[in-house]
Design a protein around this ligand. Structure first.
Ligand SMILES: [Zn+2]
Length: 294
């Protein structure tokens, strides 16, 4: 848009064009998202209740401090099979003016297992959201955009409805009570999006129009191989928001990484910047389309 304006006004408003140049939106960088992921993974295993996850939270806050966003916290005590555990969803709010909102989310905790650092599972969503925050900085918004770093996605023991997605269940309930879920046009959750053999799962419980929109964007950008139109149900952080009546989509590569999923082999060497970049470009375009919808 700014380029067209500059061409049309060439010679008349040179200073306006210079301003447009300097405020050009930062594109989403897959390489930067990968670097953020590496720094999160360097904290070591990050299960709830560990000193490492507390350090990671503090680091996330410092990383987000300069994002031009409002930092919100949803801290609570989760009742788990291992007893009460402190948890905290960390939320970066980029304010708009329409009265509507869009949420992009992912989890930052890792499964409690010896030697499990969760580069893809827990790390990639963290790095992705940090780079998305950098890309959203200074962009004009219509809708409020919330970037949500969910805590407690992983089961403390075995995955059940009550031992999983602690953070998203807590926030969906809180936002429903506050009337915020009614303002949400959509929630797009990302999980395990860094695998170098990147292929998203066509998650069938996700809201149809959102999945179609995002898959169509993937096709239009030439990424059809990463957007196959087959899959199945995946239980993840989008479900509590679907249950609360919010259109929601899970972007998860649940197929190609099955060889190292929930094993100590989920390490940085399995990831590629390109996978983050594909997801980032597609999510930014989806955000734009959603903002242009009433
Ligand atoms: Zn997991």
């Amino acid at each position: 848009m700014s380029r067209i304006v500059c061409l049309a006004l060439a010679g008349f408003l040179a200073s306006t064009c210079a301003f447009a140049q300097t405020t050009k939106n930062k594109p989403f960088s897959g390489a930067a998202a990968l670097r953020f992921t590496g720094r999160a993974v360097a904290f070591g295993p990050r299960p709830d209740g560990s000193p490492a996850i507390a350090k990671l939270r503090a680091w996330l806050r410092t990383q987000l401090a300069g994002c031009g966003c409002e930092l919100l916290s949803d801290a609570f005590t989760a009742q788990t099979p291992d007893g009460p555990l402190p948890m905290e969803n960390i939320i970066a709010k980029f304010p708009g003016h329409s009265g509507r909102a869009i949420a992009i989310s992912g989890h930052y905790d890792t499964k409690k297992m010896n030697g499990f650092v969760g580069a893809n599972d827990g790390g990639s969503s963290t790095g992705f959201l940090l780079e998305l925050a950098a890309a959203l900085k200074n962009r004009p918004r219509k809708d409020d955009v919330y970037l949500i770093f969910f805590d407690g996605e992983e089961a403390v023991r075995e995955w059940t409805d009550t031992d999983s997605v602690y953070g998203s269940r807590h926030l969906a309930e809180k936002w429903a009570a506050e009337g915020l879920t009614k303002k949400l046009k959509a929630l797009i959750n990302v999980d395990m999006i860094g695998d170098r053999n990147f292929r998203l799962t066509w998650e069938i419980d996700s809201t149809d129009f959102l999945r179609e929109m995002v898959w169509d964007i993937g096709d239009s950008l030439g990424y059809s191989a990463a957007f196959p139109r087959h899959g199945g149900p995946v239980s993840d952080d989008h479900i509590p928001f679907l249950d609360a009546g919010v259109p929601a989509l899970d972007l998860i590569d649940f197929e190609s990484q099955s060889s190292f999923w929930h094993t100590p082999q989920d390490t940085m060497d399995k990831l590629a910047a390109r996978s983050f970049e594909i997801t980032g470009k597609v999510v930014l375009l989806a955000l734009e389309r959603l903002e242009n919808q009433q």
